[in-house]
Design a protein around this ligand. Structure first.
Ligand code: UPG
Ligand code: MN
Length: 748
């Protein structure tokens, strides 16, 4: 038998992919044939033909990019049980765990508390872990909840470890009917009930505190919160719990941080919060690895640290695991993903393929970073004495001597553990210093080190910067999933989230940090660059999508055509494309274990989102580029349970509000309805052929109406299920304008 300590901690296996590849190439061939056909007939038709040609060229380009993404899918397997043979527990490296929260209303503290509890209970020596919570909401309620949570953790964590509980976020654990069977030991049953009671008390305390306006005594522990405003307050740092005796079976440190905020000062949203977390943890515990999660992403697999360590310590070459990313998965997802926001297919196909190149993108949560990578190191780079000099360090990392020392330790990879003989509180002064607004002034934070500023999708930008230095990243998909979060539970929230993402991604593409510029510096792989371009073009893709969607209606209204006629053999090209493409996507969904309904729901949203959210994202990205406005970060609302209550028929129903995204969507629907009405009036001549619009245009228009079916229902819905009257009016006016435009054009 092999010596267990010589077995690899991780393996990467390519995933067989022959049939999808062949189909992808067939689709590419068909797209190219369509383009050739169009080119040959360019002279015979008007501008709809030219526009169709442009759009289809674009779609072909996107197809090539997506083909590149999916070409070499890989699968990583990790062996946490071998890790313990490999290294005794007390030699495992430390990990600082970061949780960000920003708004006690949109992100109820009980959710953050559960995430924190799940992290504190991870299967890892407790004296190697520290948990830091950043609260951009500066909320005494969040702080209060965490203080109470720490008390509960003293029962919860030992209970989880003693009985090897699978799910360590109590709200999920106690959600199941009964988590024990008849033959569980009496001792277990007793503790189970006792702790369930305690958890209910905890929930009640937090609930009560959120009802009353100021239940806490602002004079004692909460004094720091008096006279604070969310956007204007000094730093607050509280060591809620400290593992003073350094016990491996104790409870990890728990620290609350609300960084300083001043009204006119740029705070860089989550990226700014992450940098403060990085620095405060640097002066306090300075672990070589950092895990970060959003407040709603609880650890669902207690071994997630061990799995990540297999990759971080077990990669043949350190450069192969600059960071380790777990997929974003969601709990209690609505049945059949009505809003298309559960991202399963995205994390199964493109993500796995990109993992086979330079590595998956950093996606903001469920990610382990090497601190030295975040501090700007390149793989194999050796740090010179000069760079470790005080002056150089302070220019890069700021004026705190304590922080500079900690950074020097990380950069020179000296194994000496930060000795904090007098405990975390001895670092408080330095912690306050590095969390202040002015600290980053004149340093490299947000530029070369830390989370990079300048995009609402700071995650993709930060990951790109890391790949740009030559690091690779690893994608881990253990079973059960490492982290689970809450997907937006409503349609407006989904569209707003997509808008933020597309804007943020476009911001990167248009900035000096764009992948194309990074590519020219030499360390970003070419195919990886294409993958970044693919995702960062989301917003831009709205334009050809909208144009192409306007074509069928335009042609029907003006009685012209942009598709081959029924009698032409060339008609088989679009028909084959349509059929093969949709069968291909359906097979992807089925292989990933998703339902046909999920596939169809996703296909619909894949048409709606680009034409609505991404288009608005495009506009705000361009405005920002022209310096006319600043982009914002609208925090996504988190619900504790979403689909759990299946008896409620309205769960997953589409709701609408007055947002411009709905004006766009409704307009597209109305235009197509108008076109179809006209087409029906002319139905007989349409069927007979001639040079006017034909069956193809009608079918396309019908298809669009099907894709926008939720909007169709919204026209007749009442209350929040109906599209607001003002939106219908605006859309009606826009639709009329479009019809009028078509008429002018056909006359001119
Ligand atoms: O000023 C801010 C704004 C947000 N956040 C936190 O950032 C996280 C993500 O915000 P959320 O509203 O949940 O956005 P999502 O769109 O769901 O987040 C995805 O997309 C973001 C980039 O747009 C990434 O940062 C996230 O990690 C990724 O999960 C949450 O923990 C927030 O508390 C802050 O700490 N400060
Ligand atoms: Mn989120």
């Amino acid at each position: 038998m092999a010596n267990p300590s010589s077995l690899p901690l991780q393996e990467q296996k390519p995933r067989k992919n022959t049939i999808p590849r062949v189909v992808e190439l067939i689709i590419l061939f068909l797209l190219l044939s369509l383009l050739v056909y169009r080119l040959f007939h360019l002279g015979d038709h008007g501008w709809p033909w030219v526009l169709a040609f442009c759009c289809e060229s674009w779609f072909t380009l996107i197809w090539i990019l997506s083909l590149n993404n999916k070409w070499n899918p890989v699968y990583n397997k990790t062996y946490p049980e071998r890790l313990l043979h490999w290294k005794p527990a007390h030699e495992l490296p430390s990990v600082d765990m970061f949780v960000t929260t920003a708004d006690p209303v949109l992100e109820p503290p009980i959710i953050t508390v559960n995430t924190v509890l799940s992290l504190l209970a991870a299967d890892y020596p407790a004296n190697k872990l520290a948990c830091y919570v950043s609260d951009d909401g500066c909320s005494p309620l969040t702080f209060h909840a965490l203080v109470e949570a720490a008390k509960f953790a003293k029962l919860w964590v030992p209970f989880c470890k003693k009985f090897n509980i699978a799910v360590r976020a109590p709200f999920r654990y106690y959600n199941g009917e009964s988590s024990w069977s008849e033959d569980s030991s009496l001792e277990f049953q007793d503790e189970w009930k006792k702790i369930k009671d305690e958890y209910e008390k905890l929930c009640q305390k937090i609930e009560e505190a959120s009802q009353t306006s100021a239940p806490w005594d602002l004079t004692v522990d909460f004094a720091a919160f008096s006279h604070t405003e969310r956007r204007n307050h000094p730093t607050i740092i509280k060591v809620i719990w400290e593992n003073k005796e350094d016990l491996p079976n104790g409870l990890p440190h728990l620290v609350y941080i609300s960084r300083e905020k001043l009204p006119k000062h740029p705070h860089h949203f989550k990226a700014g919060a992450m940098n403060v977390l990085t620095r405060v943890s640097g002066v306090m515990t300075n672990a070589p690895f950092m895990l970060n999660v959003d407040c709603d992403m609880y650890a669902n697999n207690p071994q997630m640290v061990l799995h990540a360590m297999c990759m971080l310590l077990g990669a043949k070459n350190e450069r192969d695991s600059g960071f380790v990313q777990y997929p974003q998965c969601f709990y209690d997802g609505l049945k059949d993903d009505p809003f298309g926001n559960q991202l399963v297919a995205l994390f199964e196909y493109p993500a796995r393929g990109i993992a086979g190149m330079q590595g998956i993108f950093y996606s903001g949560t469920g990610c382990f970073h090497r601190r030295k990578v975040i501090y700007g190191l390149s793989p194999d780079s050796t740090v010179t004495k000069g760079e470790l000099g005080d002056e150089s360090l302070q220019n890069t990392f700021g004026k705190s001597t304590k922080f500079s020392k900690s950074a020097a330790q990380i950069l020179s990879e000296s194994q000496v553990k930060t000795q904090n003989p007098s405990g975390l509180s001895s670092s408080l002064e330095a912690a306050y210093q590095v969390a202040s607004c002015s600290y980053e002034h004149g340093t490299s934070w947000g530029e070369k080190v830390g989370w990079i500023y300048g995009s609402a999708t700071e995650d993709v930008l930060t990951g790109l910067t890391i790949h740009g230095r030559g690091w690779k990243s690893a994608y881990l998909t253990p079973e059960p999933p490492a982290f689970l979060g809450s997907a937006p539970s409503s349609w407006p929230t989904t569209l707003i989230q997509q808008k933020r993402w597309s804007t943020g991604l476009l911001e990167i593409l248009l900035s000096p940090k764009s992948p194309i510029i990074v590519l020219s510096k030499g360390k970003l792989h070419f195919r990886q660059c294409l993958a970044y371009v693919w995702i960062q073009m989301w917003a831009v893709r709205s334009i050809p999508e909208l144009c192409y969607a306007a074509l069928p209606a335009y042609c029907i209204i003006t009685n012209s055509h942009f598709l081959p006629k029924v009698h032409e053999p060339a008609k088989f090209i679009p028909v084959a494309l349509f059929l093969i493409y949709y069968i291909y996507t359906l097979s992807e969904y089925l292989r990933a274990g998703l339902s046909i309904q999920t596939w169809w729901n996703n296909q619909k949203t894949l048409r709606i989102i680009p034409m609505t959210s991404w288009f608005l994202g495009f506009l705000s990205g361009i405005l920002k580029f022209l310096g006319l406005s600043e982009t914002m970060f609208e925090v996504t609302k988190k619900d504790q349970t979403t689909g759990a209550d299946d008896t409620n028929a309205n769960v997953g129903r589409f709701t609408f509000d007055e947002s411009p995204v709905f004006v766009l969507g409704t307009t597209i629907l109305l235009v197509n309805l108008a076109a179809l009405a006209l087409g029906l009036l002319r139905f007989r001549s349409t069927i007979r052929g001639g040079d006017g619009s034909g069956v193809g245009e009608i079918l396309c228009s019908v298809w669009l109406v099907l894709c926008f079916w939720s909007f169709f229902r919204g026209l007749f819905g009442t209350g929040k299920y109906g599209i607001p009257f003002s939106v219908i009016c605006k859309s009606g006016a826009l639709a009329l304008l479009f019809v009028q435009f078509c008429k002018w054009n056909s006359m001119g």
